[in-house]
Design a protein around this ligand. Structure first.
Ligand SMILES: C[S@@+](CC[C@H](N)C(=O)[O-])C[C@H]1O[C@@H](n2cnc3c(N)ncnc32)[C@H](O)[C@@H]1O
Length: 436
């Protein structure tokens, strides 16, 4: 979908991009950009224009394609794209020239920036058109993946997912196509809020929202955090798939729930939201600073039954007294650290960080977290495992490995959530029950 035309200061954009290229190891882009914006505020007494960060996102997505299009422009479509992509680095964008780079990114993202639309338009437009036609006719080709902002080496993994989830050709194509765009900003209402009045209230505050069969989303999104509804914790920003993970936990008033990797508290808050302040959500994480954020959000929303403390999944949790008395939690959620492949639509830089070594570390941590968290589940209780990844290795295979080593648990359900079915992130959730 085409974004609104962007009004961009090209020099600033280019400087920003050049600075990013010098970042080591594909530093997390959104955090880096936040730091940059803070720096701008300090030095220039101005906030980085939103358009610049949008353009940078486009560049993350279509940087590889820009280099490919330049090559097509010079020597045609017929290349060994797989080998080419294996060796491609974001820094290669420098070699094709800044004007060329931004021209292709601009064309592909349907944005309009500084470059006059007739800039060498004839032949370059032909290159875009012929590539697009090729992609249409060869949807499984390496170039097609590059066109949609995905590295071709991932095709076997996407095929594996498609087969496991029985996606079929259309769903697989939708999944691939969705990777070229951001999902909308999904919103979750506090349980005492009425959706119709919230739509009116947000509209009145200048935030466009749309309600569909899956929930509420901000179509522009920007400005939500400035609204009274957000500041008062009556509304939260939470992706559809993430909301579905919390819904799968199916928290009930009076239950004792442990959110073992609670982070900033997206799911902990959503669970507490339906518990009517009865029972408890024990929210732990390795990082205290994340729990600080969680506490702030819980206070804002008035969720009083959340308790937080740090926990490193390297060892089992010493159960709080009241939990030990009932021999474990009713439900334990392990929302595990993962490759975050399911959030590439929001974080296109994350695909640059996916490599075998990192993935193998993650697989080890996930098993360790599952093992130690599972010791906190009471007999008959549930262990719920979730990721924001679509890789089989981190999902179905991880669950299978855990179950093979822990026969006291039995699988109740496992499913993928979100895209391609819904315009959102893609996540996984599995429910396992501790046998009596
Ligand atoms: C996917 S995120 C959790 C997101 C969170 N549940 C939410 O809904 O907002 C995974 C979390 O696991 C935490 N984590 C990573 N390694 C850990 C460990 N060894 N022990 C406990 N938590 C860990 C990370 O700090 C991160 O917050």
């Amino acid at each position: 979908m085409a974004d609104k035309p962007l009004l961009i200061n090209y020099t600033q954009l280019n400087n920003l991009w050049m600075k990013w290229l010098t970042e080591p190891d594909y530093t997390k882009f959104d955090r880096w950009l936040k730091r940059e914006a803070a720096d701008w505020r300090k030095r220039l007494k101005e906030t980085m224009p939103l358009e610049l960060s949008q353009a940078m996102q486009h560049a993350m997505r279509f940087g590889q394609l820009a280099c490919a299009l330049e090559l097509i422009q010079a020597s045609g479509l017929d290349q060994d794209w797989e080998t080419w992509a294996d060796n491609w680095l974001p820094r290669d964008a420098e070699d094709i020239g800044r004007n060329n780079f931004w021209y292709w990114v601009q064309r592909r993202s349907h944005a309009r920036w500084y470059i006059p639309n007739d800039w060498q338009a004839g032949s370059r437009q032909t290159t875009v058109d012929t590539t697009e036609e090729y992609v249409r006719n060869n949807p499984d080709s390496p170039l097609a993946l590059i066109w949609f902002g995905i590295s071709p080496e991932l095709l076997p993994l996407i095929n594996e997912r498609a087969e496991l989830s029985q996606w079929g050709a259309n769903a697989k194509q939708t999944f691939i196509r969705l990777q070229q765009s951001r999902p909308p900003l999904w919103l979750r209402l506090r349980s005492d809020q009425d959706i119709k009045s919230m739509v009116g209230e947000l509209g009145g505050a200048g935030v466009q929202v749309a309600k569909n069969e899956h929930g509420l989303c901000a179509t522009g999104g920007f400005g939500i955090s400035q609204t009274a509804a957000y500041k008062e914790g009556r509304i939260e920003i939470q992706d559809y798939a993430s909301q579905q993970i919390a819904a799968t936990v199916n928290a009930k008033a009076g239950e004792k729930i442990w959110d073992a990797c609670a982070g900033g508290g997206g799911k902990a808050l959503a669970m507490s939201n339906v518990m009517n302040s009865k029972g408890v959500v024990v929210a732990t994480d390795l990082h205290d600073y994340k729990l600080v954020e969680l506490k702030k959000r819980a206070k804002r929303a008035g969720h009083l039954n959340i308790r937080t403390f740090t926990w490193d999944g390297e060892a089992p949790l010493r159960l709080p007294q009241e939990i030990a008395r009932q021999k474990g939690f009713d439900k334990v959620l392990v929302d595990a650290p993962c490759s975050a492949t399911g959030t590439w639509r929001r974080n296109p830089d994350a695909r640059l960080r996916l490599n075998e070594e990192h993935l193998s570390e993650l697989l080890t941590i996930q098993q360790q977290l599952l093992k130690h968290a599972s010791e906190g589940v009471r007999t008959g209780g549930q262990l719920i495992y979730a990721t924001c990844s679509w890789l089989a290795a981190e999902n179905e295979n991880a669950v299978e490995k855990f179950l093979a080593e822990h026969p006291e648990f039995v699988l109740d359900s496992a499913k993928m959530l979100g895209a391609p079915e819904v315009d959102s992130d893609t996540m996984f959730v599995a429910v396992m029950v501790k046998k009596a």
